[in-house]
Unconditional design. Structure first.
Ligand SMILES: C[S@@+](CC[C@H](N)C(=O)[O-])C[C@H]1O[C@@H](n2cnc3c(N)ncnc32)[C@H](O)[C@@H]1O
Length: 225
């Protein structure tokens, strides 16, 4: 799979993309990620990518020409062109899985007040928000989308089965996890986890998932079949 990121701040992704599982996935050629500076497609001597908004108001707006030129230069037949934006569709684990099956994604990060609407109308297929808050630019949002989708690419996670019990799989949060020592600061690991009865462990974990989801994310339980 290939992902092209368009950002004004390529340096923000350097460490992120070379560390840990993503770094290994790239080395193993499971995932090709190219980070581009949107400014490289600006044509004036100041490499301008923004301008004042028509109609007035505070802040600047990213211009059509460099972004459209960049996307048109990078796109391939069938690729998905995505703009990261707080007014987009909320990002979910289901969306991450769907995107992980694409051959080629272009992720556009905005800055300032956002981008000219005509970019969205002509060279963007989809708009994604990573949450109900506003970041200074979309580079971290692109990083979040890449990280979440990479986990669904076969071979990226060491142990594939860990995907099946993660939070949001089957609309449940994860169960509590414990490791050694069995007693820490007077707190014991639940007895059922020490007894080796896998049926009982499964039942306990499922009950814990239901309890935690009811407490923190009752909206997820409403989506249960
Ligand atoms: C300051 S924000 C623009 C906010 C925009 N004026 C609004 O109110 O919807 C600048 C850029 O950060 C990115 N961004 C900010 N918050 C985001 C979020 N929650 N999800 C995805 N991208 C976000 C977008 O790329 C956006 O163009």
């Amino acid at each position: 799979m290939r992902v092209d990121v368009l950002t004004l701040f390529p340096g923000m992704l350097e460490g992120f993309l070379s560390e840990s599982m993503l770094g290994r996935a790239r080395e193993a050629k499971l995932l090709e990620i190219n980070v581009h500076n949107t400014r490289d497609w600006a044509t004036d001597k100041h490499r301008t990518t923004d301008d004042r908004p028509f109609g007035g108001g505070a802040g600047m707006v990213m211009k059509c020409e460099p972004i459209c030129a960049a996307i048109e230069a990078l796109q391939s037949p069938g690729c998905r062109r995505i703009y990261l934006t707080p007014d987009g569709v909320p990002f979910t684990t289901a969306k991450a899985e769907e995107l992980s099956k694409q051959q080629h994604l272009i992720l556009l990060s905005g800055h300032y007040e956002g981008i000219d609407q005509r970019i969205r109308d002509t060279v963007i297929d989809e708009e994604i928000s990573i949450g109900d808050y506003v970041l200074t630019n979309g580079t971290l949002a692109a990083a979040v989308v890449i990280d979440a989708l990479a986990r669904f690419i076969p071979g990226v996670l060491g142990e594939e089965k860990s995907l099946t019990s993660e939070s949001f799989t089957r609309n449940l949060l994860d169960f509590p996890n414990y490791t050694r020592p069995a007693v820490y600061r007077g707190l014991s690991v639940p007895e059922v986890l020490l007894q080796g009865n896998h049926g009982e462990i499964e039942k306990w974990r499922h009950a814990q998932q239901l309890e935690k989801t009811a407490k923190f994310r009752p909206d997820l339980l409403k989506k249960q079949p």
